[in-house]
Design a protein. Sequence first.
Length: 258
Amino acid sequence: MNPTSARRSVDLNSDLGEGFGAWKMGDDNAILEIVSSANVACGMHAGDPHIMARTFARAKELGVAVGAHPGYPDLWGFGRRELPFSAAEIEQFVAYQVGAAKGVSTYVGHPITYVKPHGALGNLSQVDETVAGAIVRAMAAVDRELVLLTFPDGHATRIAKEMGLRTCAEIFADRAYTAEGRLVSRKLPGAVLDDCEEAAARVLRMVDAGGVETIDGTLLPMEIGSICVHGDSPGAIQMAAAIRTRLTEAGIAIKSFA
């Protein structure tokens, strides 16, 4: 039996609070009824202090764990574009965002317990040691008790562990994986999965097997501590609900890692 199956519990997370001002992204209230952890945008790729406060407060009411979701300062591109910032600049704007999330969440009485890098910043942290190191150093400088939620096999996970920080390995329910274990680019067809039942069945197979299914049909063994459903994906609520139902029916509890 693989370690994930032996544990018989897994976290279900979603990226939330990603509106800005009067502009709304997704149905956060509905998603919060389903997930066990909420990654809350910190104001640079999306989000603002008021949205952050509302999201943290609602998560508190529902007993959902909360974390900071820092990204590139890129509202126009929703943090999904790689931008030419130096390591020092990345370290500083990540510290800024984690600090903002820590402050606002403490203000509403539901402090963050983890950090999950967003979009292009998160993707680069898997393969770019410089970006990964900047993220982890920023996080550690703000609060060494925070857990890093990210790819199980990337540079950020390795660096965090070397620095004595706790980590949680995340896989994506609604994204396709390459044969190398990377996310298929959103620019390519099939990168984002939209069939709820198919995605839920795939998640259960991956959790039971302890690895991710790739586009060529192979299984790459990977630690799985949390499963992400993107809150801005079409049918996100239905997909999250289908995944929760499929896992719980299989005897796997949905429980926050933090």
